[in-house]
Structures are given as structure tokens and as C-alpha cells.
Design a protein around this ligand. Structure first.
Ligand code: G1P
Length: 303
């Protein structure tokens, strides 16, 4: 089979790596997975699963590890709680409890050893098989009003190969991300990726295009990951495997980037996590009006 031809067929599988230790949020994450930290009143991970579902991906595989049982419980039924709420006639809260378990078909696999994002994605190989699939990183929260993943799926289905999400960042911030060298295409929000560097050191960044945590990947990435040596931080880096794909289209087709200009929050960073909560709370119909009024008073009187 000519690997460079687009693989057709609806993309239906999403992979969410969630095995990280969450050390930036200790002690909150000592016994609770960081993915379960609430953003307003929903755990961060639920936003990510909702985003996958909104883009048409209803089969979700989470890559977990030790101490991640609460993730499985969250997306499962809780009959005791449901029973108690139905007895009280509290339909609103009952639907909030049922929502996460009705969202998608959930699957789980454990990563075992923490060998990096590339290794986590490789753990998805038996489940994914030979179809393109999406990867969503739990630390990146994309505002539901700025659909990114659906656009990436559209570009992948047309172009084949792999598609990554890119965002322009301040040059001083690029060392925190994977960085892409790109060429323009006829579409303003789509670029061709020609090279990738994971967390470039000073003077190493080919651009200020940062990879944000959304990918639609050709399954050829699995073969490439198997051959990828540990890179930055001694870990098997997804960026390094994608670099190989970008440098040789014969392996798994081209690599494109969708340039995102919408709202993104990094819930893996404490400051950004707080900003995400404030912004999303302000915009909520139920909580927003009171919260905004309080925030205005707080800022003018106490800051
Ligand atoms: C990972 C990727 C990096 C990407 C980032 C986006 O890094 O390795 O290429 O830019 O996610 O959030 P991490 O932040 O997990 O260290």
C-alpha cells in the first residue's frame, strides 16, 4: 500500500494521555489525579472528553497509571448517588451525575512506566489499530466556543497524514513547547510542517509556532515511535516521532499544522489554571453575574 495516500474513513478514536504525576499541584494531587481538579465545578478532564465528543470522536482511550482510579469512576455510573438524587427528586443534579458516563465509550490502559508522551501514545497502538486518531493532552483546555479539533479532523481527512495544533507564542515562551518550522499554504489557518524541535534551547527555535496539545495522527506514528530514542528529559517524545514523519512523507504522509487563534488555558500551570477558572466562571450564566459583580468590587477595592 502506498503510505503517502490519504487514509480515508471517519476518525472516531481519541486518545487522552493522563498518566502524569501532577507534581506542580502538590499537595492537592497527592491522592487525587491532577485531571480531576475542578475548573469551576467540572473536573478538567471532562472538558477534554467533551471536546473530543464535540468533534465527533466518541471512542475515548485514556492512558492512565497508578492512583488514577477516580478518572474511571468519574466516567462510570454511580448508582448509589443516582438513587439518592432520584429519591429526592433532584433531576438537575441527577443529570449532572449521569452526564460524564453518557458522554462517550471509555477505555483505559495503563502506561506502567513513565517514559514520556511518545511512550504514552504508543500504549494506544493495539486499541487504535490502522486508522488515523486524535490525541488530546489534558493540560490544555480549549474553550468550547473555539472549535479546533473539528477543523483539524477536516484537514486530516482532506490531506491525509498527520495534523498538529499550533499557536504563536512570545519567543521567550517557546522553550516550554514543541516548536514547528512551517511553510504557508493556500489556506490562512493551515501550514505545512517541515521540521519540529521539542522544547528548543536558546537559539534553537525555528519559529514561534508552539505545539498545543491537540494532534490528529496517521497510525504510521506508532512504527516511528517504536524506533524513537529517548530525547529531551530522557523521555520518548511525540515531537521527535512527528519530526521523522515531517522529514519523510513516505512514512505516513505529510504533517500539517492548524494555527489556533482562540482561547486556550494551560491547566497544568497554577497561574493559568486560576485564570481559566475566573474566565469560565465569569462567563457562566448561573454563576457569572454575581461572580463578576464581586470580582469588580474586589479589584477596585482590594487590589
Ligand atoms: C507536551 C509536548 C510539547 C507540547 C506541549 C503542549 O509537553 O511534549 O511538544 O508543546 O505538551 O502542552 P509537556 O507540556 O507535557 O511537557
Amino acid at each position: 500500500m502506498n503510505q503517502s495516500l490519504p487514509r480515508l474513513g471517519r476518525i472516531s478514536k481519541a486518545v487522552i494521555p493522563a498518566a502524569g504525576l501532577g507534581t506542580r499541584f502538590l499537595p492537592a494531587t497527592k491522592a487525587t489525579p491532577k485531571e480531576m481538579l475542578p475548573v469551576v465545578d467540572k473536573p478538567a478532564i471532562q472538558y477534554v472528553v467533551e471536546e473530543a465528543v464535540a468533534a465527533g470522536l466518541s471512542d475515548v482511550l485514556m492512558i492512565t497509571g497508578r492512583n488514577k482510579r477516580p478518572l474511571e469512576d468519574h466516567f462510570d455510573r454511580n448508582y448509589e448517588l443516582e438513587e439518592a438524587l432520584s429519591r429526592k427528586g433532584d433531576a438537575e443534579r441527577l443529570s449532572k451525575v449521569q452526564e460524564p458516563s453518557d458522554l462517550a465509550t471509555m477505555h483505559y490502559v495503563r502506561q506502567g512506566a513513565p517514559r514520556g508522551l511518545g511512550h504514552a501514545v504508543l500504549c494506544a497502538a493495539p486499541h487504535v489499530g490502522d486508522q488515523p486518531f486524535a490525541v488530546l493532552l489534558g493540560d490544555d483546555l480549549i474553550d468550547p466556543r473555539d472549535p479546533l479539533l473539528a477543523r483539524m479532523v477536516e484537514v486530516q481527512e482532506r490531506e491525509g497524514g498527520s495534523v498538529i495544533a499550533l499557536m504563536e507564542v512570545e519567543p521567550s515562551q517557546i522553550h516550554l513547547y514543541g516548536c514547528a518550522a512551517v511553510e504557508a499554504t493556500a489556506e490562512g489557518d493551515v501550514v505545512k510542517v517541515t521540521d519540529l524541535v521539542e522544547k528548543p534551547g536558546p537559539g534553537e527555535a525555528p519559529s514561534n509556532y508552539a505545539i498545543i496539545g491537540r494532534y490528529v495522527l496517521d497510525p504510521a506514528v506508532f512504527g516511528t515511535l517504536r524506533e524513537t530514542e529517548p530525547g529531551r528529559g530522557g523521555e520518548i517524545q511525540l515531537t521527535d516521532a512527528l519530526q521523522k514523519l515531517a522529514s519523510d512523507e513516505k512514512i505516513g504522509g505529510p504533517v500539517h499544522g492548524v494555527v489556533f487563534k482562540g482561547r486556550r488555558y494551560d491547566t497544568g500551570d497554577r497561574g493559568d489554571y486560576l485564570r481559566a477558572i475566573v474566565r469560565l466562571a465569569c462567563e457562566r450564566e448561573d454563576l457569572g453575574p454575581d461572580f463578576r459583580a464581586w470580582l469588580r468590587r474586589y479589584v477596585s477595592e482590594e487590589m
